[in-house]
Design a protein around this ligand. Structure first.
Ligand SMILES: [Zn+2]
Length: 294
């Protein structure tokens, strides 16, 4: 288990290459490449140079987030929207192959929710079609796709927001190249989502993490221990299943992204250093000692 920070932490303040340097300077050796940075370097045809820069700096890009937005939906009722989404996901796999990033995180389709059982059934079938095809492409590249557990708002639930639903879906496709990314903030929005239990149910199907906290009501993506998540059982379960992936912070609630002025660079760098120290302390904590009790 390695501490990691997603490069989006610096998205508003630094160019992609500078973000890698800032992450390294904070103490990290691993990161997740944010979807904004992936799109930036791909659009400017800088994939090869970016890969070289990461090597020179000494940062391993172990995972990457594929693009996502309200308009990208692999299970939209409209075929044109689905095909556009598939093209973007397929391109992301090609880009990551070029960058030699072994894992791509994607969102299941159905982000707008559903109003009837038949709509739900359709969303499930469309996801099956989309990810069967994407898993075949991923296998050709030897890249793992990690599907993220989604969140819930007061008015809608998204497909695969429940742990058993995501596990059932992954197992229905049954590809060694289709696994899971646990998003702790999303899980904390779902009533009765037992995160530690989910980790143990997923076992080696858990391939990546998005680590952040919230108060159980909004998708805030704050630092661990800023919200209501009980972290020690989560770390214990990750250790129990011998999780070898990244403990990767995805914390847009902490980098000033949601403030008008943003966060000054020197504060961002201080926060990144704290992120590294916090994750290191969490990883090193033993099952019998709780960081909370110190
Ligand atoms: Zn996430």
């Amino acid at each position: 288990m390695h501490p990691s920070l997603w490069t989006g932490f610096f998205f508003r303040s630094y160019q992609p290459e500078e973000s890698l340097r800032a992450i390294k300077q904070a103490g990290f050796c691993h990161c997740e490449l944010a979807h904004e940075h992936l799109q930036d370097i791909a659009a400017n045809k800088r994939l090869a140079g970016f890969k070289r820069t990461a090597r020179t700096i000494g940062i391993v890009m172990r995972q990457c987030h594929a693009p996502f937005s309200a308009s990208i939906d692999l299970a939209d009722a409209r075929q044109a929207v689905r095909e556009r989404g598939l093209k973007i996901m397929s391109q992301s796999l090609d880009y990551c192959a070029e960058l030699e990033i072994p894992l791509v995180i994607m969102h299941p389709g159905g982000v707008k929710g559903w109003k009837s059982k038949s709509e739900y059934t359709k969303i499930k079938a469309l996801n099956y079609d989309a990810f069967s095809r994407l898993a075949e492409q991923a296998a050709r590249h030897h890249i793992t796709i990690a599907l993220e557990n989604m969140g819930e708002t007061k008015t809608k639930r998204m497909y695969c927001s429940h742990g058993h639903e995501l596990l059932d879906f992954i197992r229905s496709i049954d590809s060694p190249f289709l696994k899971i990314c646990l998003d702790t903030s999303h899980a904390n929005l779902i009533r009765n989502f037992n995160i530690a239990g989910f980790i143990e149910a997923a076992q080696d199907q858990l391939a990546a993490t998005h680590i952040s906290d919230n108060l159980g009501t909004n998708d805030d993506h704050l630092l661990p221990y800023a919200g209501t998540i009980d972290w020690q059982p989560i770390i214990n379960s990750l250790r129990k299943i011998k999780y070898k992936g990244l403990l990767n912070l995805e914390i847009p609630g902490e980098n000033g992204e949601r403030n008008q002025g943003g966060c000054p660079r020197r504060i961002l760098n201080l926060k990144a250093r704290y992120c590294f120290n916090l994750l290191t302390a969490m990883i090193r904590s033993t099952p019998i000692e709780s960081l909370k009790s110190r």
